[in-house]
Design a protein around this ligand. Sequence first.
Ligand code: GLU
Length: 317
Amino acid sequence: MKNIDVVLKEALEYSRKYIDKGNVATYIPELAKVDKNMLGASIVTVEGKRYHIGDCQHEFTMQSISKTIALIYALEHIGSKIVFSKVGMEPSGDPFNSMAKLETKDKYPSNPFINAGAITVAGLIADKYEFEDYLAFTRRLCGRDSIEVDENVYKSESETGMLNRSMAFFMKNNGIIETDVEKTLEFYFKMCSVKVNTDDLSNYASILSYGGVEPKSGIRLIDKEVLIVTKSLMATCGMYDGSGEFAIRVGMPAKSGVGGGIIASAENKMGISVFGPALDVQGNSIGGYHFLEYLSKELGLHYFSGELAQKYRKKVI
Ligand code: GLU
């Protein structure tokens, strides 16, 4: 394998060029204030070694990345039977905040990573657990006790998230959400507003890569079956309606958020997190996406990359 520090430098240089083509999320007013030129990344290998570069200490809100932790929490504490009686397992092909499919005969959210699905999962958790319980789990996975909710982003989302609000009421009307809607939304907006940096998220991603076990302590933090379900959904639905192309170009289970973060898990190799607030049309960090593509090609991280496959792929795409 090439020297990781060198590849990180090259990846930063390569991916910076794409930032101009992206824009920060503006539909949550607080996110629009961020400098779009930031870019950073962190890696934790399954041996527990850390690498990082650029704006890796800058804190940003998890946004949709939190949907993976909420799913893990719900599967472990509430159970897959209940969770998947409320949300599906299929990519929606629609934008993350679309309500369109909720109006069809099969009125359930397509998967737990679109907003409707994540709000449903948040409702299931909020019904039985305190937000502090969920936050403690997030802190444990990220390996930092001082992780907190960004109150300004939380307020901003809560005051302006009319689409999420209407979705929640619509699903309550249809019996998909059974918990109090305000309680559900408070939980959802808070989990999206948890503030982290790429060092934190690469700790979490390394656990995803290492079969649910934290590399540095050897402690299991995620149940094996739950991990398989979560990573499969990340592979099929983790990058919004760009998940298919991402699977070809990068080939790692991943999850992005409109705050500009992405986590990616190279099976049995390393957990990666990138941050760049300029987003592409699908809502994925444009710099982060290209950063991961570069890393995947240079370090052979694609899930189907045997040596031959690597050679073949460079010719095609
Ligand atoms: N809090 C954001 C929303 O609900 C999350 C969206 C995302 O990161 O995809 O719109």
